[in-house]
Write a protein that binds this ligand. Sequence first.
Ligand SMILES: Cc1cc2nc3c(=O)[nH]c(=O)nc-3n(C[C@H](O)[C@H](O)[C@H](O)COP(=O)(O)OP(=O)(O)OC[C@H]3O[C@@H](n4cnc5c(N)ncnc54)[C@H](O)[C@@H]3O)c2cc1C
Length: 414
Amino acid sequence: MSVALGSPRAELAEELDLLIIGGGIMGLSLAYNLAELAAAPAGRGASKLGTIDPNKIAVVERSYLVSGASGRNGGGLRMQWGDAGNVALMRESIEICRHLAQRLNINLWFRQGGYLFLARTESGERRLHRNVAIHEQVGAPTRLLAAREALELVPELDVSEVRVAAFNPEDGVVFPWPFVWGYAGQAVARGVSLRTHTSVESLEPASGSGYVARLSTGERVRAARVINATGAWSVGINRGLGIELPNHPHRHEILSSEPLKPFLDPLVVDLETGLYFSQSTRGEIVTGITMPDPPGKPTAEGVELGSSLRFLSNVSRALIRVLPVARHLSPLRQWSGPYDISPDGDAMVGPSPDHPALIQVCGFTGHGFMMAPAVGRLLARWLVLGEAHPMLTRWDPCRFRDGRAARREDMIIG
Ligand SMILES: Cc1cc2nc3c(=O)[nH]c(=O)nc-3n(C[C@H](O)[C@H](O)[C@H](O)COP(=O)(O)OP(=O)(O)OC[C@H]3O[C@@H](n4cnc5c(N)ncnc54)[C@H](O)[C@@H]3O)c2cc1C
């Protein structure tokens, strides 16, 4: 099967209804969902806001698809969050994922082996108890396990320090690349233009309304509305228009080991260190860990990739403590990608301060991949039908300026 992955030569209309900057999972999930709405039976894609024409939508990606965070992540999907809004959103995302391979006509390697959280301290134990109570209220199938029950799920674990564990069997892991390719292929098949290897150099307010985008090819494209889906690079696009949002990039490292015979079903998280590990369908152990920002104020120009010995040493020590058999493992590949960190842990999705026609879809820290199937759908419905989902209202980028930001989530890992 072949999928359209965009092209550096894809035609762009001079006058667009919507320009999506960034061909990561967020930009492409949105493009696909908009095109789906346009193809919906008469009435469903139309609204007081008008109809959407996929031929007037373009995605412009600076590099190749999967070059950003969407091609570099661990592929974990979970509804185990500490906030009821995030739990409900991720239930919806996981439900979408169950049928997405058929819709996108591509194998997503979606495996529901669950997420197993291990708590080794009293405060970790309290967090898991509190979360499971929230999950019970909203009907998520998360349950608390004693250490010996965790051991039944993964006999290779060292649970001598584990006070309690939490397990949700519907959480899982995917291979990220086909998600991106699948959304891209289906959006293009429905009429969306996907231009790769072209960056948006600047945005200027157009006379009347909308924006004129200046591209690295020298082209100028006018768009009634623009989506900033550039993740960790979004600060640069915003700064050009004088928009100050408090998100910042952070390098997150990850590695995969030599392949082993399959033995590990769930993705395991050690709450106290932020260590996570899963086994890929190829047998590799894929693992990462929370590492603080290096000293100094991070900037948009600070989206630095690359790998460090410090990470290799930290992750190895933490992994061997929880999974002692890992001491025999050799790392095969080590890489990194950018997190786009939002200070209150909530994403920024919606019109920008003083720029209502520039819509942000950024600030997803270490969990944008799993949220993208639901976010793309909700945002498309908001843009076309005017339906404002409560999470979109909560993620309003203006909340920082207006003093409405509030930290609700304590299960941000990595
Ligand atoms: C190592 C690692 C592990 C992670 N693990 C997980 C996980 O297990 N589960 C999970 O849900 N999330 C995970 N994440 C987070 C997740 O990958 C991101 O939240 C998500 O991919 C963000 O998608 P995005 O489309 O917003 O950004 P990106 O995928 O970064 O896409 C932004 C795109 O914009 C392009 N761009 C930038 N500037 C311009 C410009 N001026 N013009 C045109 N294009 C431009 C970039 O080239 C890039 O392709 C992880 C991230 C990393 C780095």
